[in-house]
Design a protein around this ligand. Structure first.
Ligand SMILES: N[C@@H](CCC(=O)N[C@@H](CSCO)C(=O)NCC(=O)O)C(=O)O
Length: 192
C-alpha cells in the first residue's frame, strides 16, 4: 500500500497559495453542525509537515500539517464548550473537539518553554485561502513509532523532498536554534 503523506500534500502543495499580507481567518472543526470556530487574527509561521505521534492528522494521513501563530491572535468564537485538552501533561496542550476529534489549537502554558506565546494550529481546518505554505517536514523518523515500516522511509523522504520540503527528524535548524538559545538563556550562557 502506498503511504499517504497528507491530503494537502499528496498532489503537490497546490492548496497553499500563500498570500502576501494575509491577515488570518477562521478555523472550523469537522462537525456537521454546532462547529467549534477559532478566529486566527494573523498569518501563520513555520507551517510544516509533522510526523510526531501527538499532532492531529486527518483520516489516513501519515503527517499532520501544523503552523504557529502568537497566542494573542487566537480566539475561540463558537461552541467553546465542546473543547477539551487531549493530555494536560504534554508541553503542547492540544484543545480538541470532543465530538469530531479535530485539534483546534495547541497551547504551551510553561513560560520557560522556547515556544511559549505561540499556539499550534492546523490551517487545513479553514476555508480561507492565503495561509502560509508548508516549508519543511519535521519529526520524520517518528512515523515509524506509529506504524510506518522502516523500509518505506527512503521513499517517504524522497516524496517530501520532491515536494520541496526538506526533511528533519526533529524540527528545522531555525527552530532548533530557538530551542537551544532558550536553554542557553535559562542556563545564563547565551551569547548575543
Ligand atoms: N517521537 C515523538 C516526538 C514527539 C515530539 O517531540 N513532538 C514535538 C513536535 S510537535 C509539533 O511539531 C513536540 O514539541 N512535542 C511536544 C508535545 O507534543 O507536547 C513522537 O512521535 O511522539
Amino acid at each position: 500500500m502506498t503511504t499517504q503523506l497528507h491530503p494537502k500534500l499528496d498532489n503537490g502543495i497546490n492548496d497553499y497559495p500563500e498570500v502576501k499580507d494575509f491577515a488570518g481567518g477562521t478555523l472550523q472543526c469537522l462537525c456537521d453542525s454546532n462547529k467549534v470556530e477559532v478566529k486566527i487574527g494573523a498569518q501563520t509561521l513555520h507551517n510544516h509537515a509533522c510526523g510526531c505521534s501527538k499532532c492531529w492528522k486527518p483520516e489516513g494521513a501519515t503527517f499532520s500539517l501544523v503552523a504557529v501563530v502568537p497566542r494573542e491572535n487566537v480566539e475561540v468564537i463558537s461552541n467553546e464548550d465542546k473543547l477539551a485538552i487531549v493530555d494536560e501533561t504534554t508541553a503542547i496542550q492540544r484543545h480538541f473537539c470532543t465530538e469530531c476529534n479535530a485539534h483546534m489549537f495547541g497551547r504551551i502554558e510553561n513560560k520557560d518553554h522556547a515556544f511559549y506565546g505561540l499556539d499550534f494550529v492546523h490551517t487545513e481546518l479553514s476555508e480561507d485561502k492565503g495561509w502560509s505554505a508548508p516549508q519543511f517536514a519535521a519529526f520524520v523518523s517518528s512515523i515509524i513509532e506509529t506504524g510506518t515500516p522502516t523500509s518505506e522511509m527512503d521513499g517517504i523522504r524522497k516524496k517530501l523532498n520532491d515536494l520541496g520540503l526538506p526533511t528533519y527528524d526533529v524540527l528545522s535548524p531555525a527552530l532548533m536554534d530557538v530551542i537551544a538559545a532558550k536553554t542557553a538563556e535559562l542556563n545564563d550562557t547565551l551569547q548575543k
